[in-house]
Design a binder for this molecule. Structure first.
Ligand code: F0G
Length: 453
């Protein structure tokens, strides 16, 4: 029988999983869920995972719980709250590859999840643990995707979801989900970092479970993204995996996932994790490039990629650990670079939200600029696209119409005057009269621009 325990990432103190705990009661640092595992035979388990794809049981169909041998904290199967989630597509992206200067490129699109973002991978494990603890309500601060996901899973589990979101800074697709799924939705007059501190103070005082990535059970589900990716690739480890960095739960969980797969004999080397932040929300980049990497350099975050508009990421130490384990790197990209990369991913017929596009922008930048960890054009790279394009349609339409400004806030409070983003790859809608001849002429003109076969 395997058993799970909580362990401090700094002083290694151990705690039981039977209480809601988010930090070490000795030194205050973050906690991992760790396991005493029965001996594992990776070849046999990989085969078992393949066989489960033929099963009709919800926990076999789930792209998280299919890999349950590596997340054995759930006790009984009845505790598990699953949609199912995961099973996200691994796609080739030839136009994006050319844009970055690579021979080929794959994207793993976490936007294929039930609520449209990678948060579902971690929310199924977080809400399952809430169920085990007998919680009636769960709480999070969010830039929109965690709240959408938590609201959905809470509804499925019959719990009350309580979300704290920064007022006017959450894309409408995400806000709509949280409202529709019945969460108590509190728009805080402040940014994400303010909302996060409030949640960390209020939730323990009133006995409500926190489902931000400070909760280590969230990260257990998210680490299965690493497992599913390798399973999809027949256990061929890529050279590099590139992820956006916000609150830094995702990069932390991938680091833990790859490290465990390596330690437990499933793979013989790890991919390098590259984290990409927006220039206006780059605390990890500032920290890793500072002389003293022991304390976080916080920033007042500004970016149109609202999902990653975070200046004080809670999981920064775990992300640093992931960088060390995988010989990884952090870079930052501008608003213009994010907007153009997003349009190029769209041209591949894939689409994603702005935060996800930092990955392509980051690879392109590391190809073109001399850094101490450059990328070569024959590297085998996977971008992790974190959210789907419909999450933030306003951004996309504005870009294509030439109306995207760095200082606009949301569709509820449109403010723009300076910092116009160039719509380099715009595909604007065209207004036409209901006139057959005019319309035919327009289409023919467009057809005449197609490359000759
Ligand atoms: N991409 C998207 C689409 C996100 O929603 C987030 C985070 C990230 C990337 C960054 O991931 O925080 O694990 O480093 N969104 C959180 C939220 C903060 O509240 O939805 P991270």
């Amino acid at each position: 029988m395997s058993s799970a325990f909580l362990q401090c990432i700094s002083c290694a103190a151990i705690f039981p999983t039977t209480q809601p705990l988010y930090q070490c009661s000795h030194c205050g640092d973050l906690l991992d869920v760790n396991y005493t595992l029965d001996p594992l035979d990776p070849t046999e388990i990989k085969e078992r995972w393949r066989q489960r794809r033929l099963s009709r049981r919800p926990i076999d169909i789930s792209g998280v719980w299919r890999y349950r041998e590596l997340i054995p904290f759930y006790g009984q199967e009845e505790n598990i709250i699953t949609y199912p989630e995961g099973n996200t597509a691994l796609l080739s992206a030839p136009r994006s590859a050319r844009y970055a200067g690579l021979r080929s490129l794959q994207v793993k699109h976490q936007g294929f999840n039930p609520t449209g973002s990678f948060k579902d991978n971690g929310m199924t494990t977080g809400v399952t643990q809430a169920q085990i603890l007998g919680m009636r309500a769960v709480m999070c601060a969010s830039t929109g995707n965690t709240s959408a996901s938590m609201a959905a899973y809470a509804a499925r589990a019959g719990m009350l979801g309580i979300v704290f979101i920064p007022e006017g800074q959450v894309a409408f697709g995400k806000l709509a989900q949280s409202l529709d799924f019945g969460a108590l939705t509190l728009q805080i007059r402040g940014d994400f970092d303010v909302a996060m501190s409030l949640v960390r103070e209020i939730a323990p005082e009133i006995g409500i479970y926190i489902l931000n990535s400070v909760n280590p059970f969230r990260l257990e589900g998210q680490k299965t993204i690493a497992i599913e990716l390798l399973d999809q690739r027949g256990w061929d480890v890529p050279d590099r995996i590139v992820v956006p960095g916000g609150n830094l739960g995702n990069s932390s969980s991938l680091g833990k996932g790859f490290k465990e797969l390596y330690d437990w004999g499933f793979i013989d080397h790890m991919p390098r994790i590259t984290i990409v932040q927006a220039e206006g929300a780059d605390p990890l980049y500032k920290t890793i490039t500072s002389a003293d990497q022991e304390s976080l350099v916080t920033v007042y975050a500004r970016t149109l990629a609202t999902a990653i508009k975070i200046g004080r990421p809670v999981s920064w130490k775990k992300a640093m650990r992931a960088m060390t384990w995988t010989d990884g790197w952090v870079t930052e990209v501008s608003e213009q670079e994010i907007a153009d990369a997003k349009a190029i991913i769209g041209q591949d017929g894939i689409g994603c939200e702005p935060a996800s596009a930092t990955t392509l922008a980051g690879v392109r930048k590391l190809m073109n600029q001399g850094t101490d960890k450059p990328i070569s054009d024959d590297e085998d790279i996977v971008l992790l696209l974190t959210g789907q394009v419909l999450k933030d349609p306003d951004y996309t339409v504005r870009y294509h119409r030439g109306e995207l400004y760095e200082d606009y806030v949301t569709e509820t409070r449109v403010i723009h005057s300076t910092g116009k983003i160039r719509s380099t790859y715009a595909n604007a809608p065209i207004e036409v009269p209901p006139d057959k001849e005019v319309i035919k002429r327009l289409i023919e003109e467009r057809l005449s621009q197609l490359p000759k076969i």
